[in-house]
Design a protein around this ligand. Structure first.
Ligand code: F6R
Length: 242
């Protein structure tokens, strides 16, 4: 594992964007695995800036996102599809038909997961997977559990997640209770993995995930077994890293 110590969030974002842009330049038809959440927003902003300057071309890039809430439409501003369109896709020249997010409107979970696995298989595999890290060690929506679940699956959201999300919805009935997520094996099969972490609140979990035992109770700890992981963090998030 390689660790890149950035001075602050902006620096972290530029370093992560540098790695992604190198991937796009070296392989213009690459498959990028993408994440939502607050941490990668600065990385996406930097990629947009370089695209606007004419330094990056996404016209042949394909993307596969990690996860999506079950029951939310792409137009719902809480959906991950909406997030990706707003924070990246509509600002660059990636073809929307080359971008993939699990279908939140597919009610049949087996069908939704099988379809997403097929998209991943047909893509030929992910060249670079960008990940954020949950406070409990989750990656995608792979929550702490007794086992590593290999492929795309439907997850029951923790009550704490449902409660936290409720502020974004008009009523409790509308808050998603489940989500579709890429599985751990799929993430581990990415050729390169870039994990972005920022802020003091991530320091403990960064230490546990990257320097503690490898266990499904801390899903990100499996990344220790990957041969090409880059952890890009600011000083606060990396403050407990030996
Ligand atoms: C998002 C995702 C999540 C986030 C994680 C960290 O697609 O899969 O695992 O990466 O929850 O979120 P932030 O960056 O908001 O701390």
């Amino acid at each position: 594992m390689q660790i890149i110590r950035a001075t602050d969030y902006d620096h972290m974002s530029r370093m992560a964007a540098n790695i992604i842009s190198a991937q796009v330049i070296m392989k213009p038809d690459c498959v990028l695995g993408l994440a939502t959440g607050s941490t990668p927003i600065g990385t996406y902003e930097q990629l947009i800036r370089w695209y606007e300057k004419g330094d990056l071309d996404f016209s042949r890039v394909r993307s596969i996102n990690l996860d999506e809430y079950k029951g939310l439409s792409p137009e719902n501003d809480q959906s991950y599809r909406y997030f990706m369109n707003e924070h990246l896709f509509r600002h660059i020249n990636i073809k929307l038909e080359n971008t993939n997010v699990p279908d939140g409107l597919e009610e049949d979970s087996e069908k939704a997961c099988a379809a997403y696995n097929e998209i991943i298989r047909q893509s030929g595999g992910i060249d670079l997977q960008l990940l954020g890290l949950g406070h409990n060690g989750h990656i995608g929506f792979n929550e702490p559990s007794e086992e590593f679940i290999k492929e795309t699956h439907c997850v029951d959201l923790a009550q704490s997640t449902i409660d936290a999300n409720s502020r974004f919805f008009a009523s409790m009935d509308l808050v998603p209770k489940q989500a579709y997520t890429m599985g751990i094996q799929t993430i581990m099969q990415a050729k390169k993995i870039v994990v972005v972490v920022s802020g003091k609140s991530k320091a403990e979990i960064v230490k546990a995930a990257f320097f503690g035992p490898c266990t499904p109770k801390v899903p990100a700890s499996i990344l220790q077994l990957h041969r090409d992981v880059v952890l890009v963090g600011d000083g606060e998030a990396l403050s407990l890293v030996p």
